[in-house]
Design a protein around this ligand. Structure first.
Ligand code: ZN
Length: 411
């Protein structure tokens, strides 16, 4: 995004604040905020990675007196030491303000009833959705995940109008509503989906089966949590709250700025955070800048829907597999549903790729033909020949959290 003098000033202020804490005092040793005079100077600063944050465990990231910390959150590290992010009272408030703004952007009002299914606890999701809804003045229904019977009963009895969920849980609920034939008793109008990569086909199914408008909400625990950006009613990418953060899109391999419109990794610098300010934090989320002003009239710049993670790219038989492109490819093939799973194994010195996908086709021959179509499309578009296996609708596992679709069993 653009950097004017005012933005540069805000960034320098944030760098000074960050360097009051032990982590950045060490990470930026020898660097002085006053020497940063231009965008080029700023772009020479070292990145901050998740590994760096892990090393600061437990409270090394804290940049204020620890008595100012009112809450901590922790990012869900799958392995090893978690990352702990401390929040001051202002950080908690700022996050709620950004989140309330997200709801407004989606057209949610005080009259809405917001059904919140993401988890509560160390994870930032549930509580962020709740505080934003409360600040807006809507009715928050803090369900948390799981217990589909109770979810649907509350949704029906309380007349929930907004569903907050991961895409896979929204799909699970949509399928359950259809199966039980209770759609006419459900009052949902909108659904806010926590940002993760999800395909067009899944989007159409959730929107169609629930009869809702869908919004992608962006965020990550290291930078407040969900709520730092959302798409508007014009649906042309996500607006980012650049009064609270500055973002760059970089080439994940070279670390240089991506060309305008080119896909790259989003890197974020916080502008107002007190507890744990972050400078040039590598999110590993892949997206691209959307140029120009949005027809909705919002002055906030936009990025595209997250299309994958730079650390999700997998090399098989010398070909880079990119989850976002697989979603895209499968979406383009008729009779292939949005649900799929890829198993990569190493057998007898060779990589074997098995691709399971759901289809509503029942006939054996039709399924065989569809498998051939999928195989040919993969060979042509991705440069890889998988072994496609058609399965019936609902056979692949659904998850309440983010779905894992690619399993690399080679190591
Ligand atoms: Zn817009």
């Amino acid at each position: 995004m653009e950097m004017n003098a005012e933005m540069l000033g805000s960034i320098k202020k944030s760098i000074r604040a960050a360097m009051k804490g032990g982590f950045y005092a060490a990470h930026f040793k020898g660097i002085h905020a006053e020497d940063i005079k231009s965008r080029e100077d700023f772009e020479k600063l070292p990145f901050t990675g998740k590994e760096d944050l892990r090393e600061a465990y437990p409270l090394g990231l804290c940049a204020v007196d620890e008595r100012e910390i009112v809450r901590i959150h922790s990012s869900s590290g799958t392995t090893g030491t978690p990352v702990i992010i401390p929040y001051t009272q202002k950080d908690v408030q700022d996050w709620a303000v950004m989140f309330a703004r997200c709801y407004q952007m989606a057209g949610v009002t005080k009259s809405d009833r917001v059904h919140i299914t993401p988890g509560y606890g160390l994870w930032t999701a549930g509580i962020g959705f709740q505080l934003g809804a409360e600040l807006l003045g809507a009715m928050a229904i803090p369900m948390g995940p799981g217990n589909t019977d109770k979810q649907l009963k509350m949704m029906e009895d309380l007349k929930s109008t907004v569903l907050c969920a991961t895409s896979s849980y929204a799909l699970l609920l949509a399928e359950e509503i259809k199966k039980r034939g209770i759609k006419d008793r459900i009052h949902l109008k909108k659904s806010l989906i926590g940002s993760e990569r999800w395909g067009e086909k899944m989007r159409r199914r959730i929107a169609g089966e629930l009869g809702v408008e869908l919004y992608d909400i962006y965020g990550l625990t290291e930078i407040y949590g969900p709520g730092i950006g959302i798409n508007c009613q014009k649906q042309g990418g996500m607006h980012m709250w650049t009064d609270y953060l500055y973002y760059e899109i970089i080439n994940p391999k070279t670390g240089k700025q991506a060309e305008p419109g080119e896909i790259g990794e989003i890197v974020i610098t916080t502008l107002q955070k007190e507890g744990a300010p972050l400078v040039r934090y590598r999110t590993h989320d892949l997206t691209r800048e959307i140029a120009g002003s949005c027809p909705c009239g919002s002055p906030f710049p936009r990025i595209d829907t997250i299309i994958g993670r730079s650390d999700d790219m997998i090399k098989v038989k010398g070909t880079m597999i990119f989850p976002g492109r697989i979603d895209e490819l499968l979406s383009s093939i008729a009779d292939v549903s949005s649900e799929y799973q890829i198993q990569i194994d190493h057998l007898n010195g060779r990589d074997i790729v098995q691709l399971y996908f759901e289809t509503a086709l029942e006939d054996g021959q039709e399924r065989k033909n569809l498998e051939k179509t999928v195989e040919a499309a993969f060979k042509e578009k991705i440069g890889l020949t998988p072994h496609p296996i058609a399965v019936s609708m609902g056979e692949l596992p659904r998850s309440e959290k983010k779905s894992t679709r690619i399993f690399d069993n080679r190591y």
